[in-house]
Design a protein around this ligand. Structure first.
Ligand code: 5GP
Ligand code: ZN
Length: 109
């Protein structure tokens, strides 16, 4: 979708700190991290909400989130996925947050 910022990130039209890419998935660091290592894992398929995304575009999401959590050394972390404004979704391209929860005062989230 031409106007979508996450579609532009996938295409490289907006720079990002890329962590992983495959045929169906893209992962990158959040621009406004709630803690060190806060990452976003997204399907390349554009859809605003989870129910807009075909199942076969989602299979890699949690395995990639798991690998990133291990790679950044997150012991405790949240996987979050918001759908709709009332649920605090700001970017209308499905994304899963991986938010490390450090056990010191470094984390803001
Ligand atoms: P939401 O509230 O929609 O679940 O979260 C959207 C997330 O996308 C926020 O954590 C925000 O910091 C992140 N974000 C918004 N625009 C950009 C961007 O241009 N680049 C990156 N890397 N993250 C972004
Ligand atoms: Zn998009």
């Amino acid at each position: 979708m031409a106007a979508c910022i996450f579609c532009k990130i996938i295409k490289g039209e907006i720079p990002s700190m890329k962590l992983f890419e495959s045929e169906k998935i893209f992962a990158f660091l959040d621009i406004s991290p709630l803690s060190k290592g806060h990452s976003l894992i997204i399907p390349k398929y554009h859809g605003a909400k989870l129910h807009d995304i075909p199942d076969d575009q989602l299979h890699e999401i949690l395995p990639v989130a798991k690998k990133i959590a291990i790679a950044v050394g997150a012991e405790d972390y949240n996987i979050l996925q918001n759908n709709g404004r009332i649920a605090h979704q700001l970017v209308d391209h499905v994304h899963f947050h991986m938010i490390p929860k450090p056990n010191d005062t470094e984390g803001l989230g």
